[in-house]
Design a protein around this ligand. Structure first.
Ligand code: HEC
Length: 169
C-alpha cells in the first residue's frame, strides 16, 4: 500500500515538477560527449547564452535531405556567458560569447512510434523534448518546448538544421 501511495504521489507530482519536456520518455544520452558529434557552437538567440550542439550518428547520416531519420537525437549544451561591465556578454575573436557556467543539457529525440497516449501538443512533428541538469538529472522548468520548435516544419523543427547540413557536406 505504501508503495502504491508513493507511485500515485509520483504520478501526481511528476508532470508538475518538470513541466517542459518529457524526460520519462526522452532519456538523457549520458555518453553523448563521446558518441555524438559536435556540429555547431552558436550564441543563443536570447543573447544571454551559448549553445554547443551535438548530433547522434542517425542524425548525421540522414542530414542531407529535408528530414532527419527516425532515431535521430540532438543535444544542446547550454552555457551562461561572461558579462562585461555593460552587462552584455563578452565576445571572443569569432564573435562567440565567452562561456561561463555550464547550465543545462537540452535533448530532442525523433521517433515515429511514440506511445499513442502522448499529447501531440508536446511534440514538434515526431520530435520530443527533455531538459537535464549537467549531471544528467531532470531539470525543473516551465518551458513549453514544442511551442517554439513547432512552427518550423521546413527545417525539420530544428533551429540549427542548416548548420547540421553544412557540417556533413
Ligand atoms: C522560446 C523558444 C524556445 C523554447 C520554449 C524552447 N526552445 Fe529549443 N531552441 C530554441 C532556439 C531559438 C534554438 C536555437 C539555439 C538558439 O539560438 O537559442 C533552440 C535549439 C534547441 C535544440 C538544438 C536543436 C535545434 O533546434 O537547433 C534543442 C535540442 C532544444 N532547443 C531543445 C529544447 C527543449 C528540450 C526545450 C524545452 C525544455 C526547448 N528547446 C524549448 C527556442 C526554444
Amino acid at each position: 500500500m505504501k508503495k502504491l501511495t508513493s507511485v500515485l504521489l509520483a504520478l501526481l507530482i511528476t508532470p508538475i515538477s518538470y513541466a517542459g519536456g518529457n524526460p520519462e520518455h526522452v532519456s538523457f544520452p549520458k555518453d553523448y560527449q563521446s558518441k555524438f558529434t559536435q556540429y555547431d557552437t552558436r550564441n543563443r538567440v536570447n543573447g544571454k547564452q551559448v549553445a554547443v550542439l551535438y548530433a547522434n550518428e542517425t542524425a548525421l547520416n540522414s542530414a542531407s535531405g529535408s528530414k532527419l531519420a527516425d532515431g535521430s537525437k540532438i543535444v544542446m549544451e547550454v552555457y551562461k556567458t561572461k558579462l562585461g561591465e555593460d552587462g552584455k556578454p563578452i565576445t571572443d575573436d569569432n564573435g562567440l560569447f565567452v562561456k561561463a557556467k555550464f547550465a543545462a543539457i537540452a535533448v530532442m529525440e525523433k521517433r515515429s512510434n511514440w506511445d499513442a497516449s502522448f499529447n501531440s501538443k508536446q511534440r514538434a512533428g515526431d520530435w520530443r523534448f527533455a531538459i537535464y541538469k549537467t549531471d544528467g538529472t531532470v531539470k525543473d522548468n516551465k518551458l513549453d518546448c514544442a511551442s517554439c520548435h513547432t512552427p518550423m516544419p521546413d527545417s525539420d523543427f530544428l533551429f540549427s538544421y542548416s548548420s547540421l547540413i553544412e557540417f556533413v557536406k
